[in-house]
Design a protein around this ligand. Sequence first.
Ligand code: IPD
Length: 267
Amino acid sequence: MSLEHDLVTLAIDIAREAGELARTRRDAGVAIAATKSALADIVTEADREVEALIRTRLKEARPDDGFLGEETGGGDGASEITWVVDPIDGTVNYAYGIPTYAVSIAAVRGEPTPGAWEALAGVVYTPVVGELFHAARGEGAWLGENRLAVNAEVGPAGALLATGFGYDPATRPGDLEMIARVMPGLARDLRRGGSAALDLSYVAAGRFDGYFERGLAPWDLAAGSLLVTEAGGRFGRAEPGDSPRAPLIVAATPAIFDRLATAAGLV
Ligand code: IPD
């Protein structure tokens, strides 16, 4: 068995346990623990508890690996592998009782920075819906037992796209201006689902033709970006300094990637 296979198998087991903990805590009621970068950027008690569970399980199974999590930050390891974790991606959905939130766990090699890392394994699990997406480098992307492929082509009505907005209200005018440039001539419609990890998983599954968003953090995109590329899609990221829109990611079927990347301002 490959290293990638071992990593994704471990991530699947831990994501299932973590997802069930998140769902149980949601059923018992949500306590907002704090606000972070902006008033709208919340962390719940469950975010912290679920991340602690994932961190503990990873430490037990692979004590030498590093860790980078949304709620507890980083910790260097002695191995070349770092786990990049969002315990509950879609925290606002979670707080409002909207079922589309997900546990996102990825294993990457190298610096745990998008663009610098090599993603080896990724899992996105949405416990209420009961869907588990996983990918291992070179071994494809999967939803349960079904192998995923991005849409081969986009129909004449245009692409079904998705996006998201950061928590800082100051970024909203730029986000809306980007939508105004992307939609005409390219999109049949636009979705804002509230979980970047699921948006990327849905591109991999052909449920969306493309997705773009500014300002994401590494844990929002680590697992989902591997799902997209293992499903035959393209993923691009502009770093600050590369583009006035950066940091910006675009993920899409190759059928529209270049057009979407240009309209969004990736290039
Ligand atoms: C957020 C979600 C959301 C995206 C935000 C992210 P969080 O992550 O992925 O869809 O638009 O930019 O911060 O805070 O729920 O883990």
